[in-house]
Design a protein around this ligand. Structure first.
Ligand code: NAD
Length: 455
């Protein structure tokens, strides 16, 4: 079967409404839950091969997150999908108005490699609960997870409901030629632009979950021990290959020396100088990313860390001296290197952040409420935390997404349901009464009367 036939079959299955009833959507969500739970050990194995990811991290950032999201949807989908009666206006009296949440049709989900289960299944959950049929494209850079997902989906689901398309840019390019009803893309800003251009051909709406340089800002009042723990936790998770990892630290100059000392202590407490890929630390995904990162290491002054090993693609968490204009500050790092920049005045850091492309996340370490308010109000970024990193995305009540170069649209919880639905407005009228005031021929007396009533 050709790709076009496959997508056409999924469209026809969508129009037949087979997967549309709420009971069927819930059955599919439960099947997805089984798929993940029954094969948990296979996922650990696949991610061990793809990234040397420790089981602890796979469980906490991929498995449990996905299972929790499924439960949130199972519990709420009936409520979210309810037809909502809404008010009327003078102009439509007498009538009733209702809003329907309609599925979009056949949706394409393209995933990234760094959390290959999470980033493929989290949007899928929203697409299922909203009643769509789905084409999934996992990332080729996590090949074992990609082929496991393809095998499991073939076993647990009908291909007319969920089809899985393995491969890299060539597979995406072919998929992007198809007339999907929605494209949900997770990946780089560069490929996000390619996706959006392709989507424009069919006027397909897109959600783009992209990356960026997410800052951690430490103000002069911050608790440096806690800040260091939370920043290094967010940075060492998945060896910094996390879209919402703190990319760099901007610190008040009075706290720099203390942060350097605390960073050394934090890393010693976390790893005791004993990094074991697959057990307490993750490797860099492939040689080209390893070389990109070791090159970045050579462009600046290392404060702490800096060890590497090409055989295991290991890069030690590394604190680096930096200035705003340095090479390492030009692109998203996506690895365990943490540049440290100082500032003396809040206005200075605000101005620099406003001049940079809007990041996906921002983390602020301070209890100074005015500074918190100033940053949150005047610096555009997708979302973030105060006195914490990363974990805001684990709250399904919060929409997760970027702004500007870090993306558009959002998901998680109800926001995922909405992302894969459209709101349809219907006005209901009965045949009686049928006043003829608005019908031609137009009457001057009536317009005078209208003007008195509405002006
Ligand atoms: P990527 O853009 O290289 O790849 C993402 C997907 O796009 C993959 O499935 C890949 O096969 C496909 N692709 C690659 N080239 C393509 C092309 N020319 N045309 C069409 N499709 C193509 O990104 P990546 O390396 O997988 O992920 C890293 C980036 O993703 C980082 O920037 C990171 O910040 C971002 N990211 C964002 C989120 C988020 O939720 N916002 C999550 C994870 C990663």
């Amino acid at each position: 079967m050709t790709l076009s036939q496959q997508i056409a079959n999924q469209k026809s299955s969508f129009f037949k409404g087979i997967n549309r009833p709420l009971s069927t959507r819930m059955k599919h969500l439960s099947t997805l839950r089984e798929l993940v739970q029954d094969n948990e050990s296979l996922f650990y194995e696949a991610l061990q091969k793809d990234l040397g990811k420790p089981e602890f991290e796979v469980y906490t950032t991929e498995i449990i997150t996905v299972l929790n999201e499924i439960d949130v949807h199972l519990k709420n989908v009936k409520q979210w999908a309810k037809v909502r009666a809404t008010g009327n206006s003078y102009f439509t009296f007498p009538s009733k108005s209702k809003i329907y949440s309609q599925p979009l049709g056949v949706v394409l989900i393209i995933g990234a490699w760094n959390y290959p289960i999470h980033l493929t299944l989290m949007p899928l959950i929203g697409a299922i609960s909203a009643g769509n049929t789905i084409a999934l494209k996992p990332s080729e850079l996590a090949p074992n997870t990609s082929s496991l997902l393809a095998k499991l989906f073939r076993y647990y689901f009908e291909p007319d409901f969920i089809s899985v398309h393995e491969g890299g840019a060539d597979t995406s390019t072919k998929l992007l030629k198809e007339p999907f009803d929605k494209i949900f893309f997770t990946g780089s800003t560069h490929v996000g632009k390619i996706v959006m251009k392709a989507a424009a051909e069919h006027l397909t709406p897109v959600t783009l979950e992209l990356g960026g340089k997410s800052p951690a800002i430490i103000h002069k009042d911050a608790d440096i021990t806690v800040s260091s723990n939370r920043i290094w936790w967010g940075k060492t998770l998945n060896a910094g290959q996390t879209c919402v990892a703190p990319d760099f630290v901007a610190i008040h100059e009075s706290k720099k020396a203390e942060f350097i000392e605390e960073s050394k202590k934090t890393l010693l407490n976390f790893f005791n100088n004993d990094y074991i890929i697959g057990s307490n630390y993750t490797q860099i995904v492939n040689t080209s990313h390893y070389e990109r990162l070791t090159h970045l290491l050579q462009t600046g002054k290392i404060i702490a860390g800096g060890n590497t090993d090409p055989d295991t693609r290991f890069i030690e968490p590394t604190l680096m001296e930096a200035e705003w204009d340095d090479f390492i500050m030009q692109e998203e790092i996506f690895g365990p290197l943490l540049p440290l920049i100082t500032f003396s005045k809040p206005e200075e850091v605000m101005q620099k952040l406003q001049d940079m492309p809007s990041p996906l996340a921002l983390y602020l370490f301070t209890e100074d409420e005015q500074f918190q308010k100033d940053i949150i109000t005047h610096v555009p970024f997708g979302g973030g935390c105060v006195n914490e990193t990363v974990s805001y995305l684990a709250n399904h009540h919060l929409p997760f997404g970027g702004v500007g170069k870090s993306g558009m649209g959002s998901y998680h919880g109800k926001y995922s349901f909405d992302t894969f639905s459209r709101e349809q407005s219907i006005l209901y009228k009965s045949y009686w009464p049928d006043p003829d005031l608005r019908y031609p021929p137009y009457d001057d007396k009536i317009i005078t009367w209208f003007k008195r009533l509405f002006s």
